[in-house]
Design a protein around this ligand. Structure first.
Ligand code: AR6
Length: 178
């Protein structure tokens, strides 16, 4: 039972966390899904900052993460990470998905953020099978929390009922989550 990990149902754009994580793409210039929702709610200041980052560092490779402000969102910061596109599982997808979680958590730890909220990275437009992705998310986050004091709390924010059910199931199996 990991008391620092919470599974909740809801909209990540409404979360008052120190950082919310965006399931972005390598261009950092916005898109659909949770990325579109975050940019709509944050307003133009976020896109302007992303454009600057895209120009200065050429975007964000798959598995890596970058930090920006949060515009009009109730969160303080947005961590943009890029999950893998599902291509059948033989293209390093599992490692890249774990890296996306780990690098986001590392940024939160560096900035001493108390709370970070994640969507189910790669499980929408990028097609990663939801059950396999849930297992990786829970395992990666649990391992990180065992080794670090920050972030103090991680929220897994499930937009859809299926993700919520899968996270609950996997957490009961691994007995890691409160
Ligand atoms: N709050 C929380 N979760 C959400 C929300 C929300 N408001 N909206 C959707 N989700 P996706 P990906 C869930 O497609 O698969 C974009 O175009 C959704 O139900 O947003 O990583 C980017 O620019 C799903 O479980 O991200 C990239 O091009 C999860 O968020 C590409 O999509 C992820 O779905 C990234 O694809």
């Amino acid at each position: 039972m990991h008391s620092r990990l919470r599974i909740i149902q809801g909209d990540i754009t409404r979360q008052q966390a120190d950082a919310i994580v965006n399931a972005a793409n390598s261009s950092l210039l916005g898109g659909g899904g949770v990325d579109g929702a975050i940019h709509r709610a944050a307003g133009p200041a976020l896109l302007a900052e992303c454009r600057q980052l895209a120009a200065s560092r050429g975007g964000c490779p798959t598995g890596e993460a970058v930090l920006t402000g949060a515009g009009n969102l109730p969160a303080r910061a947005v961590i943009h990470t890029v999950g893998p596109v599902w291509r059948g599982g033989g293209q390093g997808e599992a490692e890249l998905l774990a890296s996306a979680y780990n690098n986001s958590l590392r940024l939160a730890a560096e900035h001493r953020f108390a709370t970070i909220a994640f969507p189910a990275i790669s499980t929408g437009i990028y097609g990663y099978p939801k059950a396999a992705a849930a297992a990786i998310a829970l395992r990666t986050i649990s391992q990180f929390l065992q080794q670090h004091d920050y972030p103090q709390q991680v929220w897994l924010v499930c937009f859809d009922e299926e993700s919520y059910r899968l996270y609950r199931q996997h957490s009961e199996q691994s007995d890691d989550v409160g």
